[in-house]
Design a protein around this ligand. Structure first.
Ligand code: NI
Length: 195
């Protein structure tokens, strides 16, 4: 297993539509193990394959309340008109040190395949629902900052310009040092953030 470098905003792989994995999920066992290890190393709550430079439709997740795993070829059904009771301040390992509240559905249904290639069917609310929406966005080339609005969008764009991430991967050694507050999923006391 290995902790992998995470691609940053500006890297085209984050903007590409991912390809379906299909039935042969077993061949990606090593990739999944590395993604879980990478996610854990930064105490993230989710990691999508494009974030480590792989343009395939899978992501790992861990809401720290017992829901942990991988989803291949996810299909997300969003329950319209629902909103999270406790909106999550999102961040993203690919947009370090930027965070914001995105309008998300409060309840979603995720289907796909799990680590063993078996059908996965999870109805989620709360943090897990937000994680699923954030990660599936990644697989379609979207980042959470795309979905910010108004002042929070302006502020995020300003911070992104200021930081000038460039087209480079950030080493997780740096990332660890830079503190977990940027990891969507680095659950801070009283504030849940980032994937
Ligand atoms: Ni993310």
């Amino acid at each position: 297993m290995a902790v992998l470098p995470v691609r940053l905003i500006g890297d085209p792989v984050l903007r590409a539509q991912t390809s379906e994995v299909g039935a042969e999920t077993a061949r990606y066992a090593g990739l999944v193990a590395d993604m879980l290890e990478t996610m854990d190393a930064v105490r993230g709550v989710g990691l999508a394959a494009p974030q480590i430079g792989v343009s395939l439709a899978l992501f790992t997740y861990d809401d720290r309340e017992g829901n942990r795993g991988v989803c291949f070829d996810p299909v997300l059904e969003v329950e319209e008109g629902t909103a999270p009771e406790d909106p999550v301040r999102e961040g993203c390992l690919s947009v370090p040190e930027v965070s914001g509240v995105v309008e998300r559905a409060g309840t979603v249904r995720l289907t796909g395949r799990d680590a063993d290639g078996q059908p996965l069917d999870i109805t989620a609310s709360g943090l897990l629902a937000t994680i699923f929406q954030h990660e599936v966005d990644h697989l379609n080339g979207h980042l959470f900052v795309d979905r910010l609005r108004g002042e929070s969008k302006k502020e995020a764009m300003r911070q992104i310009r200021q930081r000038d991430y460039g087209n480079k991967a950030q080493s997780l050694a740096q990332k660890r040092a830079a503190a977990v507050s940027s990891a969507f999923g680095a659950a801070l006391p009283g504030e849940r953030s980032g994937r």
